[in-house]
Design a binder for this molecule. Structure first.
Ligand code: DAH
Length: 350
């Protein structure tokens, strides 16, 4: 091939490129055009291959001409690509945007209401406040000390198992957890040392459970704590019973059954009359007429010692139960998982 021919081919290719370039409309087109012309097997590469068959003297000049074409194309591509990418970014953004004015339809505004679990929590708080308790809160990220150690839960206790707890990568390894129960708030209150204590402590807790009809990974508990002089088991039983009838209304009572918790001694599980069958026996209560609600007991002397309270002078009781479970019972929700699915029927106004 002669130098003149190469120049001719390059000029034609330049024109061909310009025509194609004027027709592109997206970053994908830019990519395709780029490989068509200056890709490894592109049109410019094909001309380069002609160089070998040329007179040695003409080669440098011909190479220059082809290089100029390649640089020109590369420049056009580099200039166009960011513009298309930016335009496409904005288009995607706009497409995903909702129009905030679109929902201002005054005839359709129906208001909203609190989630059932929140409503249950507030009802519980109101009930306990009515019985003379204060409402306290604690952090959801806890140290091992508050969540386990101070509650007399020893190192080898199954509750500490990684299968139950979410450990956090924070500080020393295995030293911080998402609290697995609201009981650590008891410790914080006792540590504060303002006695006597008559408090309830609601909040979110976390366990590595597999979600099913009766379990979710994040759920809610309410803890109760009384610390005063001369508190005995009778006070505990009476408090549970008073709460049960105040919260559930007539016909529903409570009973205690021996149980074990490391932070209370003696410990009990408390059960209330099944709200579905009112004690007659049904599927929900496995025909027993009773539903287990939570745990309770007299504060263990070790817990008092860990928090700087003298167990010779003070005594107390504690209890704790699941708010979601109570919500499930009260509103007869067959599967707990729907509480976290954000079904608008839970949230929209009546
Ligand atoms: N923390 C216990 C749990 O999550 C519940 C509990 C049992 C709380 C006994 C208490 C108690 O305060 O005294 O399973």
């Amino acid at each position: 091939m002669e130098l003149g021919e190469i120049k001719q081919v390059v000029q034609e290719l330049t024109q061909e490129f310009e025509v194609a370039f004027s027709g592109i409309s997206s970053s994908t087109d830019v990519g395709l055009l780029s490989s068509e012309f200056i890709g490894k097997k592109g049109k410019v590469a094909t001309i380069y291959r002609q160089l070998g068959a040329m007179e040695a003297a003409d080669r440098p000049k011909a190479g220059e001409v082809i290089n100029a074409l390649r640089d020109h194309i590369q420049g056009r591509i580099d200039g166009a690509l960011p513009l298309f990418l930016e335009r496409e970014r904005i288009e995607t953004l706009n497409a995903s945007m909702s129009d905030p004015t679109a929902i201002v339809d005054h005839n359709r505004i129906t208001g909203a209401r609190r989630h059932l679990v929140t409503r249950t929590r507030i009802q519980l708080e109101d009930t306990f406040v009515g019985m003379g308790f204060s409402v306290e809160e604690g952090p959801e990220v806890e140290s091992e000390w508050y969540n386990f150690e101070a509650l007399n839960i020893p190192k080898f206790h199954p509750a500490r198992d990684a299968q139950d707890s979410f450990f956090l990568e924070l500080g020393e390894s295995n030293s911080m957890v998402l609290r697995t129960h609201t009981s650590p708030v008891q410790v914080r209150l006792m540590e504060r040392g303002e006695l006597p204590i008559y408090s309830v402590m609601p909040g979110r807790v976390y366990r590595r459970d597999t979600a099913d009809a009766r379990h979710t990974v994040g759920f809610h508990q309410i803890e109760g704590l009384v610390v005063d002089r001369d508190i005995n088991f009778g006070h505990l039983a009476h408090t549970i019973e008073t709460f049960t009838s105040a919260y559930f209304g007539p016909g529903i009572t409570s009973r205690l059954r021996p149980a074990f918790f490391p932070f209370t001694e003696p410990s009990a599980e408390f059960e209330v009359t099944c709200t579905i069958c009112v004690g007659k026996g049904c599927r929900t209560c496995s025909m027993t007429g009773w539903i287990e609600l939570g745990g309770c007991g007299m504060v263990h002397p070790n817990v008092f010692r860990a928090t700087g309270i003298d167990p010779e002078i003070y005594s107390g009781f504690a209890f704790g139960f699941g708010i979601d479970r109570l919500t499930q019972m009260r509103y007869q929700i067959p599967d707990m998982r729907i509480l976290t699915e954000n079904d608008v029927r839970f949230l929209s106004g009546v």
